[in-house]
Design a protein around this ligand. Structure first.
Ligand code: ZN
Length: 187
């Protein structure tokens, strides 16, 4: 077993759940809609173990898959905990009348934290790619400013959009909740 320089090894695992709702505005059924939850395992670039053929070692592959499984499991649990508090990530409007539902207005802060973390993660990966592949000289200060700005914007947009749904649906008399099919996930 030798070591060689590898850019990065990653693996994304996903699980699709389904939800449906009866529209609070027009009373029509949405039918089952898919929502996919993911978890990504990453082994950062560096000198890592490879097989004699130069491929990433089975050990590294296993670690990356294990990390992806753990993250997917955590993300599923977070989604479940949130729905237990009537906070839903599904933002699909009614396909018939294009109106938002009252249950989509809750949990702005909670969901925005998740979105912020997602943006921070995507941002880190993008900056890494720009630095290594395009050799762009991005200083740590610029890096920090880009991350803080993009995370703040994503969080504010999420909070405002939930707040706006809350205001628009505050007079809904027949408030409902979506029905969720966890698609055989073992919590
Ligand atoms: Zn509708």
């Amino acid at each position: 077993m030798s070591r060689t320089y590898i850019q990065r090894v990653s693996k994304e695992l996903s699980h699709t759940i389904y939800y449906r709702f009866t529209c609070e505005q027009c009373g029509k059924d949405s039918n089952w809609l898919p929502y996919t939850i993911t978890g990504t395992g990453i082994c950062e670039g560096g000198y890592i173990k490879v097989n004699p053929t130069g491929e990433v070692s089975d050990e590294t592959k296993r670690q990356v898959i294990e990390e992806a499984q753990k993250k997917l499991s955590n993300n599923m649990k977070t989604c479940r905990k949130a729905t237990d508090k009537d906070v839903y990530r599904f933002s699909e409007k009614c396909q018939h009348c294009r109106k938002s539902q009252s249950w989509q207005g809750k949990g702005g802060l909670m969901i925005s934290i998740g979105k912020g973390l997602g943006v921070a993660f995507v941002g880190e990966v993008s900056i890494m790619l720009l630095r290594y592949f395009f050799k762009l000289p991005i200083s740590n200060n610029v890096h920090g400013i880009i991350t803080v700005a993009s995370v703040s914007i994503a969080m504010i947009v999420e909070i405002l959009s939930r707040l706006s749904i809350k205001i628009r649906t505050k007079d809904v008399k027949n408030k409902k909740k979506p029905e969720i099919n966890w698609n055989n996930w073992k919590f």
